[in-house]
Design a protein around this ligand. Structure first.
Ligand code: ZN
Ligand code: ZN
Length: 374
C-alpha cells in the first residue's frame, strides 16, 4: 500500500476545503491513510508531517503497521496529546475534523483547549479519496470476493432437510473463518415467506422444500469487504411466481451490468433496473430499496446507485448491483454482484453462478440431524 501517496492526496484537498491540516478519527480512514487499524487512533495530517496518536496497548502494532507516520502514545491520552501537538503549531491553523465521526461532546471539550487553532467541520474528506480504488485495494477486494464465493458454494452443498436458517448461517461463517477470514457483516439468511424481508436475520426456521432461500453475505480480507446475494429454491419452487420473480431480478441485474460505465449516474442505473422489474409485472411496492452501493474498507460506501443519486461513476470504483423483488406472504429474491468500473464498462467480480432459471438446489435425503450425529 502506498500510504505516503494517500496522505499526499489528502493534503491535495486542503486548499479546496480551505484548511491547513486534518484530524482524522474514523478508524477506516486512519487505516486507509497510514495502515494502522487499531480501535484507538487519531491521525493528524499536517502540511509536512503526519502524526498518529494511539495508546500503549497499540505501540507495537502502530509501529509495525504505520512505519510512514510518526507514532506517539501520549501520557495524557490521545485527545490531549493531539491538542498539545496542535497548540505547538505556529500561526493560527485551521484544522478539519470529520463531522460525521467525532461526537459533539468531544468537539465541545476539544475547542476550549486549543489556543490559536480553529476546528472546522468537514464531511467526506478521506471518503472522497477512497471512492476510486488503487491496484492494491482491488487485489484485496478480489480476494474478499473469492473467499465469499468459495464459502457460499461450499455451504450451499451442505443444504439438508431439517436445516435451519441459523444452521446455514453458522456453516457459512465457519467456511469463511476456516479459510482464515472474517465475515464483513452478519449474513442475511432468509427462507420461505421470511425472504420477503430484504434484511431478515437468520432464525431457527427450518427450510422446507419449495422455499426460496435468500443469502446475503460477505467476507473481509486485508481490511477489504465483499458483499453478495444469491437466491435459490430449496428443491422445486412451490409457487409458479417464484421462477418469474427470479428471472426478472436476474435480467435487471444483467442489464445494469451491461450498462455500467464511467459517466453513468446512480439514478440512471437505478432506473434501468426499476423499469425492467416494473415491465415484468412487479411494481414499486415489490422493490423499494436502492440498487447498489460502493464498497471497500466498509460494506456501504459512496457513491450509490439509487433513485435520487446524482453520483457519477468513474473508473476504479467498485460497486454492488442488487435488485430485488419481495412479495409479502410468498417471499423475496435478490441477486447481488460486485462490479469494478473499468475505462469503458465494468468487470463483474462475483464469480458465483447466477443461472438464467432459478437454481433448484437438490436436497439430499440425509437429514441435517443425521449429519450432526455422524
Ligand atoms: Zn449484500
Ligand atoms: Zn450490498
Amino acid at each position: 500500500m502506498d500510504y505516503p501517496k494517500r496522505i499526499e492526496a489528502l493534503r491535495g484537498r486542503f486548499e479546496e476545503v480551505g484548511v491547513d491540516a486534518a484530524l482524522i478519527c474514523h478508524r477506516e480512514n486512519v487505516a486507509y491513510l497510514c495502515g494502522f487499524d487499531g480501535s484507538a487512533g487519531w491521525l493528524l495530517v499536517l502540511p509536512s508531517q503526519a502524526v498518529l496518536f494511539t495508546d500503549s496497548r497499540y505501540t507495537l502494532q502502530a509501529e509495525d503497521q504505520a512505519p510512514d507516520v510518526e507514532v506517539r502514545t501520549p501520557e495524557e491520552g490521545i485527545q490531549d496529546g493531539a491538542v498539545r501537538c496542535i497548540n505547538d503549531l505556529r500561526g493560527r491553523p485551521t484544522i478539519a475534523f470529520e463531522a460525521n465521526v467525532l461526537p459533539w461532546r468531544q468537539v465541545e471539550t476539544l475547542r476550549p483547549k486549543l489556543n490559536r487553532a480553529t476546528l472546522v467541520a468537514e464531511l467526506d474528506l478521506v471518503e472522497k479519496l477512497r471512492q476510486v480504488k488503487d491496484a492494491d485495494e482491488l487485489s484485496l477486494i478480489r480476494q474478499a470476493v473469492a473467499a465469499m464465493d468459495a464459502a457460499y458454494q461450499a455451504t450451499l452443498a451442505t443444504l439438508r432437510p431439517g436445516m435451519r436458517e441459523s444452521d446455514f448461517a453458522l456453516e457459512l461463517e465457519y467456511a469463511v473463518r476456516r479459510a482464515g477470514h472474517r465475515e464483513s457483516f452478519t449474513s442475511i439468511v432468509a427462507s420461505g415467506p421470511r425472504s420477503a424481508m430484504p434484511h431478515a436475520q437468520p432464525t431457527d426456521r427450518v427450510m422446507e422444500p419449495g422455499d426460496f432461500l435468500k443469502v446475503d453475505c460477505g467476507a473481509r480480507v486485508g481490511g477489504y469487504c465483499s458483499d453478495m446475494t444469491r437466491t435459490v429454491s430449496v428443491g422445486e419452487p412451490a409457487d409458479p411466481r417464484q421462477a418469474a420473480m427470479y428471472q426478472a431480478v436476474r435480467a435487471a441485474l444483467v442489464a445494469v451490468e451491461e450498462a455500467i460505465r464511467p459517466g453513468a449516474t446512480g439514478k440512471d442505473m437505478d432506473a434501468i433496473a426499476r423499469k425492467m422489474i416494473g415491465d415484468a409485472g412487479f411494481g414499486d411496492s415489490c422493490y423499494d430499496h436502492g440498487l447498489g452501493h460502493a464498497i471497500g474498507r466498509e460494506v456501504h460506501e459512496n457513491p450509490r446507485l439509487a433513485k435520487r443519486s446524482d453520483d457519477v461513476l468513474r473508473p476504479g470504483m467498485v460497486m454492488t448491483v442488487e435488485p430485488g423483488i419481495y412479495i409479502g406472504g410468498l417471499g423475496g429474491v435478490r441477486i447481488e454482484d460486485m462490479v469494478y468500473v473499468t475505462e469503458d464498462g465494468c468487470e463483474v467480480l462475483t464469480q458465483t453462478p447466477k443461472p438464467e432459471a432459478i437454481p433448484c438446489v437438490p436436497v439430499a435425503t440425509t437429514g441435517w440431524g443425521d449429519r450432526e450425529r455422524t
